[in-house]
Design a protein around this ligand. Sequence first.
Ligand SMILES: [Fe+2]
Length: 199
Amino acid sequence: MITQGQSKRLPRRPGIDPAALASPGLDELAAAVRIAVGKRADWQQTAQLVASELERHLPAPSILTAEQRTGDPKTYRSHVLYSEADGSFSIVALVWCPGQVTRIHDHVTWCVFGVIQGMEYEELFTLNREGECLVEAGYSVNRTGDVSGFAPPGDIHRVRNAGDRTAISIHIYGTDVSRIGSSVRRDYDLPVQPASSAA
Ligand SMILES: [Fe+2]
C-alpha cells in the first residue's frame, strides 16, 4: 500500500506471474528502455514508459551469473549490468541477503525497479517543513514480478529484504550510475515521526 500524498511515485504494478519472467534478455530490455527514454518526456512520464517496458521484459534471475546472485553477508550487492553510451540510463541488479537494508535516502533521477526474486519491503518518508525530521508516509511490499518506480521529488525511502531468502531486483536509473557511483542524492540521518504525530 502506498499512502504518500504529493510524490511523483508511480502506482505499483503487481501481477506478473513469476514463472513467466523472461529468460536472459538484457539486450532486449536495454533496447526497449532506449526507445522509451528517447521520447524525451519529463521524468514522471519517462518513468512510466520505462516501467511499461520493464514489465514486458522483466528478466529471470538467470540474467545474473550464479556468483552475482549470491548475497554478501556484509552488505547488499549492486551489479551494474548495462550503461547506455550517452549516459541517459543504466540497468543495475541489487542482491540482498535477508534483513539487509539501505539507509534512508533519495535520488538524483527517476528510477524504475522490478523484483525478480524474493520480496522487498519499502518504507516511504516525507521531510517536514523545517527539514528537521522525517515523517512516515506509507510502505509498499514488492514481491517477485512487481514493478514500481518514482521520479523526484517525493522519493525519500528505505528498502529492506524482509523475506527469508536472497532477494534480487532490477533497477533502471535515468543516469549512468557507473560514472557517478550511485543514484543516491542524499542520505537522511534524521529522527522519524509517525504520520499521526506530524503537524
Ligand atoms: Fe533508493
